[in-house]
Design a protein around this ligand. Structure first.
Ligand SMILES: NC(=O)c1ccc[n+]([C@@H]2O[C@H](COP(=O)([O-])OP(=O)(O)OC[C@H]3O[C@@H](n4cnc5c(N)ncnc54)[C@H](O)[C@@H]3O)[C@@H](O)[C@H]2O)c1
Length: 253
């Protein structure tokens, strides 16, 4: 891991910080000097991430947020702003997966998946933008390779993540002259609790799933995604906005 201190005196809010990529990102940003607010619907696990960061000597706090609820997002941003003294970086990493055969899924699962992955990302951006516009800032959204390639048995997830790419590009354009950069990351498979259960859908066409495998003989690690979030959020990526960056072991190559 790099010893760079690219986030000294910066303040970052990371959603999904209780687990997986969000946890790794919160730790990475703190390691590089950021004060971090760990936000998640799982308040205890978010606090555990903040405690891990604090015991390593960096500043961290935690807040419970349900990103699918605008009032909850606004309250979390208010609490984070108060605790950190402002916000320079927002990493929207919270997300859910809802795999299954399209005709067998409860349509409510589609609505919930879009509510968390897409609407939740919008709510957090909307709530944090006044802080980011005050002195400049960066948003990094977690989309997915599934935003760019049809993944069978994942209609809601693919649709929600494609929406995140569109949202990212729109906000990047709108705020490009106001010192707020907005980008998203499109990972392939990453070893986190989200993927630990394998693919829990019966009667799938294995040949179709083979289309969405990485070409490298392994899946990614959360720390590899966190390193990309940190680069995009840093001043080194100062000319980057409106981008959707794949990091997928060659899945889409
Ligand atoms: N793991 C992968 O293979 C992979 C690939 C591409 C993209 N992603 C995306 O990366 C992000 C992180 O995924 P992960 O693999 O670390 O998963 P994860 O399940 O380990 O972590 C997701 C986190 O989001 C939180 N969360 C869920 N719903 C929430 C809500 N309504 N409000 C606030 N927090 C909520 C969970 O509590 C959890 O801590 C997700 O957006 C996911 O879609 C993951």
């Amino acid at each position: 891991m790099s010893n760079a201190m690219r986030f000294e005196s910066r303040k970052a809010v990371v959603t999904g910080a209780a687990s997986g990529i969000g946890r790794a990102t919160a730790i990475r940003l703190a390691h590089e000097g950021a004060a971090v607010c760990c936000a998640d619907i799982d308040a205890d696990a978010a606090k555990a991430t903040a405690d891990t960061i604090s015991s390593a000597g960096s500043k961290a706090t935690s807040v419970r947020v349900d990103v699918a609820d605008l009032t909850s997002c606004e309250a979390a941003i208010e609490e984070a702003t108060h605790a950190l003294g402002g916000i320079d970086v927002l990493a929207n990493i919270a997300g859910i997966l809802s795999p299954g055969h399209t005709l067998e899924k409860d349509p409510d699962d589609f609505v919930r998946t879009v509510a968390v992955n897409l609407t939740g990302t919008f709510y957090m951006c909307r709530a944090a933008l006044p802080q980011l516009l005050d002195g400049g800032g960066v948003i990094v959204n977690l989309a997915s390779a599934a935003a760019l390639q049809g993944v069978p048995y994942n209609a809601a997830y693919c649709a929600s993540k494609a929406g995140v790419v569109g949202l990212t590009r729109s906000l990047a354009s709108e705020y490009s002259r106001r010192d707020v950069r907005v980008n998203c990351i499109c990972p392939g498979g990453v070893a986190t609790p989200m993927t630990a259960a394998g693919f829990p859908v019966d009667d799938i066409d294995v040949g179709l799933m083979a289309r969405v495998a990485p070409q490298m003989p392994r899946i990614g690690q959360p720390e590899e995604i966190a390193a990309l979030v940190a680069y995009i959020a840093s001043d080194e990526a100062g000319y980057m906005t409106g981008s959707a960056i794949t990091i997928d072991g060659g899945q889409l190559a």
